[in-house]
Design a protein around this ligand. Structure first.
Ligand code: SAM
Length: 296
């Protein structure tokens, strides 16, 4: 494909040629602004030889720019809509591109990395994500702990704000904790609806997540930590003592909760959403050790 796909004219031409009606259900809002594409590619610092995974390539506006930069690298593009896969096959013949016709939520990431010999190489993810499944896509990737060095995503602005949120505000929650435990998130640009066809009802943001080599808090047990996070934020209006003692996913006795809060010098009436990542980590470590001591 010689022409720039990320322009209103070429995008409309391709959609008309293939008689495509875009699907709202699949979050199909296509980028038509070359400057925004350039920003994504620059923030991802895409260079020759890179191994890239793109989720939801659509008709290839970002794919085109990624392919130009990677030269002898590899690009894996995962797309659910068969119509898009057909278009991409016709538009791009580059041997560096592997098109994968799958629902991204069905991908077993460790298996995917092994099968594609990606485990020993630095991998980057770049995508204008389908907004209706942003959180499950990001959580699935982070929890899989595959060796991705950097993620650059276009997401709904509100979701980007939740990822970078600090304690106390309404945006702060389980997503903030998980993203900030695994990565260092940064909102790089706020993007208006006018750069998409069709225009979404919301503003967007380009977010960069840089993977943490060493987690910002040392945990006794990661699974237990995330159970505590879930307990705290599922009942975020409750104080810590109540939300932890009523946690559906773990059985903690009230005495242990009281002792643990005391040890950390946290007043019992404090709400969990006031604690930062390292305080929640510390609390989960104390509770975990307390439970172990009880068993032994
Ligand atoms: N990258 C293109 C662009 O920027 O113009 C398209 C981005 S559009 C916001 C999201 C893309 O994700 C669409 O092409 C849509 O078909 C695809 N998609 C939606 N749900 C998907 C899923 N579960 N798995 C893989 N791709 C999906």
């Amino acid at each position: 494909m010689e022409k720039r796909i990320a322009t209103p004219t070429v995008t409309r031409e391709i959609l008309a040629d293939y008689q495509i009606r875009l699907s709202k259900a699949l979050g199909q809002n296509f980028l038509i602004d070359g400057n925004i594409i350039e920003k994504i590619v620059n923030i991802a610092e895409i260079k020759s030889g890179d191994q890239i995974i793109e989720i939801g390539p659509g008709i290839g506006s970002l794919t085109q720019a990624l392919l130009e930069r990677i030269e002898d690298g590899r690009l894996f593009a995962i797309e659910k809509d068969e119509r898009m896969v057909q278009i991409l096959k016709e538009l791009f013949q580059a041997e560096q591109l592997t098109l994968i016709h799958r629902d991204v939520l069905d991908i077993d990431w460790p298996e995917f990395f092994t099968e594609n010999a990606l485990l020993d190489k630095p991998v980057k993810l770049a995508a204008n994500l389908p907004y209706y499944i942003t959180t499950p896509i990001i959580m699935g990737l982070l929890e899989a702990r595959v060796p991705v060095e950097r993620y650059v995503f276009m997401v709904q602005k509100e979701v980007a704000e939740r990822m970078v949120a600090k304690p106390g505000g309404k945006d702060y929650g389980a997503l903030s904790i998980a993203v900030q435990y695994y990565t260092r998130p940064e909102i790089c640009h706020i993007v208006p609806p006018s750069v998409f066809i069709p225009q979404p009802d919301v503003k967007s943001a380009i977010i960069k997540l840089e993977t943490n080599e060493i987690p910002p808090v040392q945990l006794e047990d990661e699974r237990f930590f995330f159970q505590i996070v879930q307990a705290i934020f599922q009942q975020r209006r409750k104080n810590l003592k109540n939300s932890l003692s009523k946690a559906a996913n773990i059985r903690l006795d009230r005495e242990l909760i009281e002792e643990s809060l005391q040890e950390m010098g946290i007043p019992e009436g404090t709400r969990g959403e006031m604690l930062d990542l390292s305080e929640i980590g510390q609390l989960s470590n104390i509770l975990f050790k307390g439970m172990e001591d009880k068993v032994n």
